[in-house]
Design a protein around this ligand. Structure first.
Ligand code: ACO
Length: 327
């Protein structure tokens, strides 16, 4: 078996429009104080009506390819982690491939909500490790703004739109994937859900009238799950990779709630400075939080080569996944 892959390029893209907590105070019964204290979010980016997920994904993907010193024709496969593709089918990845002028390469979406990017990266890693492909573009992109009920204060304040991307390559000198641990718990599938628009409740006027096409979340249940799963999945990844958890130096966690992030730091015995936090600026961008977080983390230059970072995703499914990267 060869390497599990080197992250040779990273990129991110956010829509221009900024919506602050104060803007939200004008449309729902909420306050900057409540949102800041309960979640840590101050503002988020919201995409334009004519800017579907594939557009954000394409822009982040092109930046990652450029960062890797490649051109799109050197990409062997595209995987997009998203739960908000442009449409139910075809996949967002096929639309991204078209925008990049790529014909013939495999392109697929992977739906694992907030774990979507890390799940996608583990899949890409298999093709690298088996020697099948040399460069795979992995994107996490979501536009949750287009799935929430903007009159539901329990949900609409939490999310933002965005995209982040990695090029995973068979050759490189740093940022190598060393292992991962992943899992799911379908018994909690109804904790975060968009009930209508699929085969169980097709898109009908009745479904829309009953607001079943909007994202709903049992916030407290997801919170309890998240608080426990972060440390569990990190330890799982170290165990399954035969690595020492004491070597953990940084966590690049999914950005759902500052309280979940701080609890993870405490449980893993890390200083809060060693955990990336950007949900104050972007909110929960679902599959995009981790590639955006890692992109900002490696570009701020505070890490040293050889240190171990854990990329930790958790969310709808319920699902979870940690990837260990040697910087
Ligand atoms: N503004 C003001 N008040 C609000 C708001 C709001 N935006 N939203 C809810 N409230 C009220 C509630 O109505 C409730 O009022 P009550 O006590 O009178 O009934 C009160 O605030 C407390 O509400 P809770 O839901 O108990 O608040 P909680 O502290 O649990 O925070 C939150 C809610 C932020 C959603 C939290 O539960 C959380 O972060 N959950 C985890 C989310 C997560 O991890 N998601 C990741 C996956 S997402 C994915 O996969 C797509």
């Amino acid at each position: 078996m060869g390497t599990k892959g080197f992250i040779t390029g990273t990129g991110m893209y956010l829509p221009e429009k900024i919506v602050t907590n104060f803007d939200l105070e004008k449309i729902v019964d909420t306050s900057d104080e409540w949102i800041t204290q309960r979640t840590g979010i101050k503002e988020r980016r919201i995409s334009r009506d004519d800017e579907p997920t594939s557009e954000l994904a394409y822009k982040a993907g092109m930046k990652a390819i450029e960062d890797a010193g490649l051109t799109p024709d050197e990409i062997d496969m595209i995987i997009v982690g998203t739960f908000t593709p442009d449409m139910l089918f075809p996949s967002c990845a096929c639309i991204v491939a078209k925008k990049m002028g790529l014909e013939g390469i495999p392109a697929l979406d992977l739906e694992a909500a907030c774990s979507g990017f890390v799940y996608s990266l583990t899949i890409a890693s298999q093709f690298i490790e088996n020697g099948v492909f040399e460069n795979i573009l992995v994107i996490g992109a979501d536009e949750t703004s287009k799935t929430v009920d903007w009159s539901d204060r329990t949900v609409c304040v939490l999310f933002g739109d965005g995209a982040g991307a990695f090029v995973l390559s068979s050759k490189g000198t740093k940022n190598e994937i060393k292992g991962f641990g992943m899992g799911s718990r379908g018994s909690g599938h109804d904790c975060i859900v968009i009930p209508a628009g699929g085969s169980r409740i097709p898109a009908t006027q009745k479904a829309i009238d009953e607001k079943l096409h909007f994202l709903t979340m049992k916030g407290k249940d997801v919170y309890r799950f998240a608080i426990n799963i972060v440390s569990h999945t990190i330890k799982q990844a170290f165990n399954e990779s035969n690595m020492e958890v004491s070597d953990l130096k940084y966590i690049i966690p999914h950005q759902a709630n500052i309280r979940i992030i701080k609890s993870a730091a405490k449980k893993m015995g890390l200083n809060e400075d060693n955990i990336t936090i950007n949900l104050d600026k972007y909110g929960n961008t679902v599959a995009a939080t981790i590639p955006i977080g890692f992109h900002e983390f490696i570009n701020d230059g505070k890490s040293n080569s050889g240190e171990i970072a854990a990329l930790v995703g958790f969310g709808g499914g319920l699902s979870w996944c940690t990837i260990l990267v040697e910087l």
